[in-house]
Design a protein around this ligand. Structure first.
Ligand code: B16
Ligand code: MG
Length: 212
């Protein structure tokens, strides 16, 4: 009997790496507005929704922006970001991630996505994973973003499992907090490792955590 019946994967920072594209797109709009932005600030945007990311960027501005202005800035950033995502292809899915996903699937586990991103389906298409997962819960079906557990709770519902039957895989502290708040165990990569139920150094370690 496997330790978990399902695995819910965060997308950015876990299955693929879009950080550099988020950075380039936010940098372009911040430069245009004359707002200071660097990679340290970009690190704070990991796992955070688009509008919450914009609020973090605007902390460096003395100006007040209207809701309409904020929406226009976020749309401009997203247009640049989606253009940059065209650089991604199935070559950006590592063999380690591909083989681990297949091993979990072959062990009979349900596999779902739990991502804050509204571009999830597009990114999965770029990676050649559009038909791979049993369910996708993302920025398009939630009203509250991480650290609220909604994205994971809905993913578990979509695959018909209870939170305690699922493992959440995350790279961001906000994501691990969301998992904890929803009653999920978590496996953390990078900065998330310190806060998660299981600290992972490599994605392939998931096999040992989940199977058997
Ligand atoms: P979008 P994840 C998150 O994805 C990213 O980590 C975060 O940097 C981004 O702001 C957020 O998605 C929203 O993305 O603008 O595409 O809707 O880590 O939850 O998979
Ligand atoms: Mg992430």
């Amino acid at each position: 009997m496997n330790r978990y019946q399902g695995v819910i994967f965060d997308l950015d920072g876990v299955l693929c790496f879009t950080d550099q594209y988020h950075y380039q797109a936010w940098k372009a709009v911040a430069d245009k507005l004359g707002i200071y932005f660097d990679k340290t600030i970009n690190n704070r945007l990991r796992g955070v929704s688009r509008m919450d990311s914009l609020e973090i960027i605007l902390e460096r501005s003395d100006r007040k922006f209207t809701t309409e202005e904020k929406e226009a800035i976020a749309t401009e950033k997203n247009d640049i970001y989606r253009q940059l995502l065209h650089n991604m292809s199935s070559a950006d899915l590592s063999d380690e991630v591909r083989n681990t996903l297949l091993a979990l699937r072959n062990a009979g586990m349900k596999l779902a996505i739990g991502s804050s991103s509204k571009n999830t389906k597009f990114i999965l298409e770029r990676l050649g994973l559009e038909d791979f997962f049993d369910a996708i819960s993302d920025g398009t079906n939630i009203t509250r973003s991480k650290p609220d557990p909604q994205v994971f709770t809905m993913a578990a519902e979509f695959i018909g499992l209870a939170p305690e039957e699922c493992l959440v895989v995350e790279d961001a502290q906000a994501g691990v907090e969301a998992a904890k708040a929803g009653g999920f165990d978590s496996a953390g990569l990078g900065e998330a490792a310190d806060f998660a139920t299981y600290a992972m150094k490599t994605f392939a370690e998931l096999k040992g955590i989940c199977i058997g």
